[in-house]
Design a protein around this ligand. Structure first.
Ligand code: CO8
Length: 275
């Protein structure tokens, strides 16, 4: 069995290469469904990744070959009082919000069932790739409840209000092509293996860039999307100014001016250092 750098019963973390952490929800008996306990383990895993030096991109995926995450745990929810549901929703949201606000980009790598709270988890990741065998739905109302981990907010913001309403009100299942067409997915792959390779490819493209440049760009996009354009542009100007205090700004611009990594000057570019 391979050694994970972090492991609990249903969640583990790997750092298979420099800069990239992979968080896997692995509860095959329940198609990776999210119980309070699984959210708790995810919380610890996210904190663990946050404490590792120089992680520049995180991939979130589901263990096994059947599901990303088939939703929140229906068995656990079946006996919840409104107070317990309030805590469950509050806690689950706090955990996925940590991904939303993580210091570097987070990619959801989706294969198989991506339903209910599983789709909400994917929506809290900034970028999403999926295999063609994936299935997406917001089936909460078919179970007598409604979305509770950001689905009514992030889905309309991602695929548009009309389609989000249709998915949430009907509980319809849709395939990868549909979700790609409507903007949920950055890239689609033939199968699970090529999908994971694609997720790593995307993570590597991000990780080779200046981490603080990426971080400030992430802040600027995410904050700016919530406020009016005038204040958003002011916020961007402040973020833009801050990256000029970084060593990576000097490194990146020197690489360009010295024409490093070109045919005329094959001297390799100095890598970014994240400071
Ligand atoms: N919760 C608990 N157990 C589950 C879940 C789930 N969401 N999904 C699957 N399982 C379990 C099954 O009960 C089964 O267990 P067992 O073998 O012990 O009977 C095992 O996983 C395998 O599942 P199936 O036998 O059903 O496999 P099939 O291939 O026949 O069907 C499906 C696969 C279609 C995915 C089917 O399992 C299914 O419909 N699952 C439920 C999907 C669903 O409705 N998800 C949404 C749940 S509601 C939700 O997510 C609310 C989010 C709000 C969160 C707010 C708080 C943070």
């Amino acid at each position: 069995m391979s050694e994970h750098v972090f492991q609990t019963e249903s969640v583990y973390v790997d750092i298979p290469e420099q800069y990239i952490a992979v968080l896997t929800v692995d509860r095959p008996k329940a198609l990776n469904a999210l119980s309070t306990e699984v959210y708790r383990q995810m919380d610890k895993a996210i904190n663990f990744i946050d404490e590792q030096p120089d992680i520049r991109c995180v991939i979130v995926t589901g263990g096994g070959n059947r599901a990303f995450v088939a939703g929140a745990d229906i068995a656990e929810m079946s006996t919840m009082t409104p107070e317990q549901a309030n805590y469950f929703g509050f806690y689950g949201n706090r955990v996925v919000r940590k991904l939303d606000q993580f210091h570097c980009p987070v990619i959801a790598a989706i294969h198989g069932f991506c339903l209910g709270g599983g789709l909400e988890l994917a929506l809290a990741c900034e970028l999403r790739v999926a295999s063609k065998q994936s299935v997406f739905a917001k089936p909460e109302v078919t179970l007598g409840i409604m979305p509770g981990c950001g689905g009514t907010q992030r889905l309309p913001r991602t695929i548009g209000v009309n389609l989000a309403k249709e998915m949430i009100y009907t509980g319809m299942q849709v395939d990868t092509d549909y979700m790609e067409k409507h903007g949920l997915l950055n890239h689609v792959y033939e199968d699970q293996e090529s999908m994971m390779e694609g997720a790593f490819d995307l993570a590597r493209k991000i990780a080779k860039n200046a981490p603080l440049g990426v971080k400030h760009a992430k802040d600027s996009i995410n904050v700016g999307m919530q406020i009016d354009i005038g204040n958003a542009i002011r916020f961007e100007s402040n973020c833009f100014a801050q990256v000029f205090a970084t060593e990576d700004q000097t490194i990146g611009m020197r690489n360009f001016l010295e024409k490093r990594g070109t045919r005329k000057n094959p001297t390799p570019k100095d890598p970014f250092i994240g400071k």
